[in-house]
Each structure stands twice: as structure tokens, then as C-alpha cells.
Ligand binder design. Structure first.
Ligand code: ARG
Length: 457
């Protein structure tokens, strides 16, 4: 059967099967069906407002498009649909309903400004969803930070015990990353808030369309300012992928920390059963697959982002068919965020802490060697000299399998100095903005919870 082609006239042969198999995009751009219908309804109304179409014709077109929308919402896209792309599919359905009138919808429009508009609408939703997802996880972490503001745990550098912090302080580190992620989605959304429709194929529609009103009717702040740019600009998609990728990179770091904390070796926390997985062979296993998948997806998203940037690089103005390949990476990454964030939120909320084990690890007094050094320096000893003395004392403690405290005072280290070897005291001293003192953590967590429940970053 020959299908309805949007561009048949100048061709003496129908498209070859090989062309269709390679060129068609309906297999994936059907995901833009709702956006395409929205865009077409707005275009039909704009044609009416410009007196290009009669109000009766506009009414029929709008009703037909609405019907197609609700039919597809009910029954899905028919499995025998064999259309080039989502635009051809909708126009064919409209023609089946309205006959030749359907052919008037495309007056003054091109698939180039049409698809740019559809995709922009889609990306705007994806950006809003990304921001909300990042804030959702930030809120879960901020709540835990509030509850665990004074729960000591070792802080690490190079994954070696470094100085004590609190579990709440650790949570707030990720709250900050997620806050910036949400802000990046918001920033991108404000730049994406321009409507390409009316840019035509590349030079602008010749019809007297009120593009300001058209843009507003589709929920955009304003129309795009240059038609060549508008039909070929995919910055919003690239920005979505970057914001999503950096979010996933942050999630992969969170994942890596929690994989360590829930390992048998650390034992600081246990995963909630409902968000852990088992082994088909080893009955004892409780595995952190959710965290590992977050880590894995960060790697894949980096590929999706670089793939789109490579696709865009060097494209001559204006539209090129390469741009048809812009959509799937965004669809896939949006899907990853939609699946990953709820799982991670549940995991953070349900994480069981072993506070005793964390406190024990945090009371390893080597974590307080900096404190002891500071105590000597405070008495007037040059810091470098104090560092050397405490370093030697640490070596001695390690050789004897002792703690610093148990080694007792020396001629250089007074018993007064040794009082610095106290986790609570060390934490309490970090009482500055951004520091690990429980008072500061509680304050920062409370402020974060307040902001995030308001929906602000
Ligand atoms: N399916 C095409 C895309 O996604 C629609 C635009 C086609 N435009 C064209 N000039 N062939 O990019």
C-alpha cells in the first residue's frame, strides 16, 4: 500500500523500503504526539486569528486534533501505523476525519518549526521534572540531616579516616549538589522559554501571524528571535542532558559513598530490604543494585550528552536531518531520572543507621590528630613543629597498637593537650557557617527543609 507522504509531488517513484527503514522516525518521535497536537491546535488558531482560515475551518481542525489526542490516549498508536513521523501520522489521521480540509493546517508552517516547537515543549517539561526530582531527593536528605545533625561519623579524604563529621553533615553535602542541579534545570528552562513556531522552514512564515500571542498560547514567554537559529537550535536539549548528567554524576558519588557505608567492612548503615536485591546463588547476599545502577547510568548519560554535542557540532544552518537524532537521548535520560530518583529517595528515607558503629569509628583518636596538633600550636609552638611531634607520636601509637590517648602525656604533649582528643569537642569547635558542628548542621538542615518544602532550591 502506498502511504500518504507529505512531500510526494516532485517524485516519480514512491520511497523505497530501504529509504523508509532508514529515514522514518515515527518509531520514536511518537513520544511527541501530545506536544504535536498542542502545537497544531495553537497553529490552527493562529491561522484563524490572522484571517488565513475561516473560524469554521479552525473549529473543525481543532476538534479533529482534539479527537485524535483522546483516541490515541485511549487506544494507543495503532500497531499497523506506518508513517514517516509523528507529523505525518497526525496529518493522515486528520485527513481521514476531515478530508481535504486537513491539508490546510500546514499553511505557512514547516515540519522544521513544528518539530522544534514540539521538542521544546517536551524539553521544558523534562526540565521541570528534573528540577522537581532533584529537589525531592534533596528534601529527603535534608530531613535526615535534621535528625542526624549530631550523629558522629568519620569524614574521609582519599577514603582514609580524616576528621570527624556528622552523618547530617554528610547528607547536607549532597543537598548542596542537588540544590545546584535543580538550579541548573531552572536556568535552562528560562532560556528554553521561547517558541520557534512561526519560523517556517528557515526564513519565517510569510503569513501575518501574531507570534507573541502564539508563543503565549503555548505557554512560552516569547517567540524566538531569529528563524534560522530557531529551526536548528537544540541548546535546550543539550542543557537538559548536561544538567541531568551532572545530577547523575552526583548520584553516582552518593551511590559510591553509600555502597561503602553499607558494606560489611564499614557497616555504618543497612539498606532497606525493599530497595535492596539478593543473589540467585548466595543466600546471604543483600546487594546495593539501586546505587550501582545510579553509578552506571551516570556513565551512560555522559555518552548521551557527548553524543548530542557531537551531533550538533559543525551542522550548517539551518535545519539538517541529523537533527532528527536529537530526541532519543533526551527521551532515554528523562526516563532514567524518572526511574532512578524515586528509588534513591526511598533508599535515603529507609536507610538504617548503625549509630554505635559510626560513633566507634569516629572515636578512633587518629581522627583527632589535627586537634591535638592545634592544641600544641595554640600554646605557641609553630604548627609545623607540632605537626612533626604528633606525627611521630602517631607512628609510635601505630607501632604499639595503641591509641594516642593511651600513650599518655610526654614532655611536649601535656595532659591538658590530650583533652583535645574528644570527638564531641572537636565537632563543637567547627561552629562556623558550613562547618560540621551539630549546631551548624541542625541550623543548615532546618533552613534547607524549609526552602525545599516551599519548592525552592
Ligand atoms: N522527523 C523530522 C525530525 O525529527 C521532522 C522534520 C523534518 N524536516 C525535514 N526538513 N525533513 O527532525
Amino acid at each position: 500500500m502506498t502511504r500518504r507522504q507529505l512531500w510526494g509531488g516532485r517524485f516519480s517513484e514512491p520511497p523505497a523500503q530501504a529509504l523508509r527503514a532508514f529515514n522514518d522516525s515515527f518509531g520514536f518521535d511518537r513520544a511527541l504526539l501530545a506536544e504535536d497536537i498542542r502545537g497544531s491546535i495553537a497553529w490552527a488558531e493562529a491561522l484563524g486569528a490572522a484571517d488565513v482560515l475561516s473560524s469554521q475551518d479552525v473549529k473543525k481542525l481543532v476538534t479533529g486534533l482534539q479527537e485524535i489526542g483522546s483516541e490515541v490516549a485511549k487506544t494507543g498508536v495503532p500497531s499497523d501505523a506506518d508513517d514517516e513521523d509523528v507529523h505525518s501520522f497526525i496529518e493522515a489521521r486528520l485527513a481521514a476525519k476531515l478530508g481535504p480540509l486537513a491539508g490546510k493546517l500546514h499553511t505557512g508552517r514547516s515540519r522544521n518549526d513544528q518539530v522544534a516547537t514540539d521538542f521544546r515543549l517536551y524539553v521544558k517539561d523534562a526540565l521541570a521534572e528534573g528540577a522537581a526530582a532533584a529537589r525531592g531527593l534533596a528534601l529527603a536528605l535534608a530531613r535526615r540531616a535534621e535528625a542526624e545533625a549530631a550523629t558522629p561519623m568519620p569524614g574521609y579524604t582519599h577514603l582514609k579516616r580524616a576528621e570527624p563529621v556528622t552523618f547530617g553533615h554528610w547528607c547536607l553535602a549532597y543537598v548542596e549538589m542537588l540544590r545546584r542541579d535543580a538550579g541548573r534545570f531552572d536556568d535552562a528552562a528560562s532560556r528554553a522559554d521561547e517558541c520557534p513556531l512561526g519560523s517556517g522552514a528557515l526564513s519565517g512564515t510569510p503569513l501575518p501571524i501574531d507570534r507573541e500571542a502564539l508563543a503565549r498560547s503555548l505557554g512560552f514567554l516569547r517567540p524566538t528571535a531569529n528563524s534560522l537559529d530557531a529551526v536548528s537550535d537544540r541548546d535546550a536539549a543539550a542543557e537538559f542532558l548536561f544538567a541531568a548528567t551532572l545530577l547523575l554524576v552526583h548520584l553516582s558519588r552518593l551511590g559510591e559513598d553509600l555502597i561503602a557505608f553499607t558494606s560489611d567492612e564499614f557497616g555504618f548503615a543497612a539498606l532497606p530490604d525493599a530497595l535492596a536485591t539478593g543473589s540467585s546463588r548466595m543466600p546471604q547476599k543483600k546487594n546495593p543494585d539501586v546505587l550501582e545502577l545510579a553509578r552506571g547510568h551516570a556513565g551512560r548519560a555522559i555518552g548521551e550528552l557527548t553524543g548530542l554535542l557531537a551531533l550538533l557540532k559543525g551542522l550548517p544552518l539551518a535545519y539538517d536531518k541529523d537533527l532528527q537524532l536529537d530526541k532519543e537521548p533526551v527521551f532515554r535520560v528523562r526516563g532514567v531520572l524518572a526511574a532512578a530518583l524515586p528509588a534513591l529517595i526511598g533508599l535515603v528515607e529507609g536507610l538504617h543507621l548503625d549509630r554505635e558503629r559510626m560513633a566507634l569509628a569516629a572515636s578512633d583518636d587518629r581522627l583527632l590528630a589535627t586537634e591535638l596538633t592545634d592544641a600544641l600550636a595554640k600554646r605557641g609552638m609553630p604548627f609545623r613543629e607540632a605537626h612533626e611531634i604528633i606525627g611521630r607520636r602517631i607512628a609510635e601509637a601505630e607501632a604499639r597498637g595503641s591509641t594516642l590517648a593511651a600513650l599518655g602525656p610526654t614532655k611536649e604533649i601535656t595532659s591538658q593537650d590530650l583533652q583535645a582528643l574528644d570527638v564531641g569537642r572537636a565537632l563543637g569547635k567547627r561552629d562556623i557557617t558550613g562547618g560540621a558542628a551539630p549546631r551548624q548542621v541542625a541550623r543548615a538542615a532546618k533552613a534547607a527543609v524549609r526552602r525545599l518544602t516551599r519548592g525552592a532550591a
